[in-house]
Write a protein that binds this ligand. Structure first.
Ligand SMILES: NC(=O)c1ccc[n+]([C@@H]2O[C@H](COP(=O)([O-])OP(=O)(O)OC[C@H]3O[C@@H](n4cnc5c(N)ncnc54)[C@H](O)[C@@H]3O)[C@@H](O)[C@H]2O)c1
Length: 446
């Protein structure tokens, strides 16, 4: 793009690679730096290192405009540097900024004006600290901008190209304008603000989305006690234009690399600043308990789980990704293993063999449910919509489905010969089932 600065990116993860690919698609020259050699080798060989719909196509059609490197110095000619490294939680719940600080230590030296743009999610106040550190190092030629990212895995490319808004917080107005200009071609509201407010917008957005999920999960738990159906309740409530339907589905709770850490980081940030954020403490606790309710639902139907075989269907924290960071499946499967259950897992793309030692990862749904006393839907993969089939029923030792995502129709599932337990909906016990044919074992597992 004539006159447009080269964009340098620190981090070839979900945010960095999608940012690089999409800026290249908007016509910019991009150079992406990561510190993991296998990741850079894969990208140079035109292999996308993780599962994200559309990303490989965007990278392929912009191969001329996007380059990859392990060397930070190769980014010296970039006019704008985006920091997209991970900010995982520490044991205290604060955000671990060590990757951010390491990236800053690696900044290439140039006498030209350079813009440093923080896309990683960081605590409020980080920008002030980075600004002070840059000044202390004499890097007054480097401008600092906060430009948080709101993409969701599974729809990351679409989210980047058609965002609900772009948030830009800058110390200097012209730096903010320069970053805004990079997004030319994307038609969306732009929120221009100060750095601290931009940082807070990201944390508050994730905290509120998580709050909505924990809220509807608590409504679901009460629905189970009073005989209401949370699906209808969520629909009826969500049609209120003041509330809307999004992030209002009851289930086994949220997971992923962002919600847990960002909610904790905001709660910690408030605590460190002298404010006890009670609501977020409850939001987190509700989510932890929600995952564990699957175990009591299984026990309700099966009694003690020792020696029982449970199929855990879906490992990724959400469909259309292979990301297992903070996935509810990890807690559910680990709890089952701790109870002495035999755990058989399935996922079309995520691999948990090194994380769930003792569980058997199966190649197909049918293989996972074979001989199982119950099948638990943990991730709402499309493939699982057909779970209540005669093949599955015949392969299972007991035809019990615990639908942790309310993916199936309870009445149809019952008609297909399964006992059904959803989240916040009436359940049907195994005892209520008509006699079924003895299960036919299907052999083979990975
Ligand atoms: N994943 C999401 O859905 C999402 C959405 C919005 C915001 N975020 C935020 O964006 C940030 C990145 O998240 P992610 O999911 O892309 O993380 P990720 O773990 O997928 O990717 C981070 C990458 O940065 C690399 N890296 C680490 N140190 C580096 C350095 N010094 N130089 C260059 N590369 C380095 C790592 O090797 C890794 O490949 C986090 O702060 C996250 O909270 C994530």
């Amino acid at each position: 793009m004539a006159g447009s600065p080269t964009i340098g990116i620190f981090g070839a993860g979900w945010v960095g690679l999608v940012t690089g690919a999409c800026f290249a698609d908007l016509g910019h020259d991009v150079i992406v730096r990561d510190v993991v050699p296998e990741r850079i080798d894969a990208l140079k060989a035109a292999r996308t290192p993780f599962h994200e719909p559309e990303l490989s196509d965007v990278l392929a059609r912009n191969a001329e405009r996007i380059h990859y490197t392990l060397e930070a110095d190769d980014l010296a000619s970039a006019g704008v540097l985006f920091i997209c490294v991970q900010t995982p939680p520490t044991y205290s719940g604060d955000a671990d900024l060590s990757y951010v600080w390491t990236a800053l230590d690696d900044l290439p030296h140039t006498d030209e004006r350079q813009l440093l743009v923080m896309k990683s999610t960081v605590p409020v106040g980080t920008g002030e600290k980075v600004r002070a550190a840059l000044d202390a190092r004499g890097l007054t030629n480097v401008g600092y901008i906060s430009n948080p990212e709101f993409l969701a895995e599974g729809t990351a490319v679409r989210d980047f190209m058609k965002p609900d808004r772009i948030v830009i917080g800058a110390f200097e107005a012209e730096d903010g304008a320069a970053v805004e200009a990079l997004y030319a071609g994307i038609d969306t509201p732009v929120v221009r603000t100060d750095v601290a407010s931009a940082e807070m917008i990201k944390l508050a957005a994730n905290a509120f989305l998580s709050t909505r999920i924990s809220f509807i999960n608590e409504i679901a738990n009460v629905c189970e006690l009073v005989g209401a159906d949370v699906q209808s309740v969520a629909q009826g409530v969500g049609l209120d234009h003041r509330l809307g339907p999004h992030f209002f589905r009851a289930g086994v709770g949220w997971g992923g690399s962002c919600f847990g850490k960002d909610v904790s980081a905001l709660k910690q940030l408030a605590g460190n600043s002298g404010y006890h954020f009670q609501l977020l403490a409850a939001v987190i606790e509700v989510n932890e308990l929600q995952k564990r309710r699957v175990i009591s639902k299984l026990e309700k139907h099966l009694g003690r789980l020792r020696g029982k075989t449970i199929a855990v269907l879906g490992l990724a924290f959400k469909p259309d990704t292979d990301d297992m960071r903070d996935a509810p499946s990890l807690v559910i499967a680990s709890r089952l293993l701790a109870e002495g259950a035999v755990v058989r897992t399935w996922d079309p793309v995520a691999d948990a063999r090194d994380r769930l030692i003792g569980a058997t990862q199966c190649a197909t749904v049918l293989e996972a449910v074979t001989g199982a006393d119950a099948a638990v839907i943990v991730t709402e993969w499309e493939e699982l919509r057909q779970l209540a089939s005669a093949d599955v029923r015949d392969a299972m030792r007991l035809p019990l489905i615990v639908d942790g995502r309310n993916l199936l129709d309870p009445a149809e599932t019952r008609r297909a010969g399964f006992a059904y337990e959803g989240v916040g909906r009436p359940s049907s016990p195994l005892e209520a089932l008509p006699e079924t044919e003895p299960a036919v074992p299907v052999s083979g597992s990975t």
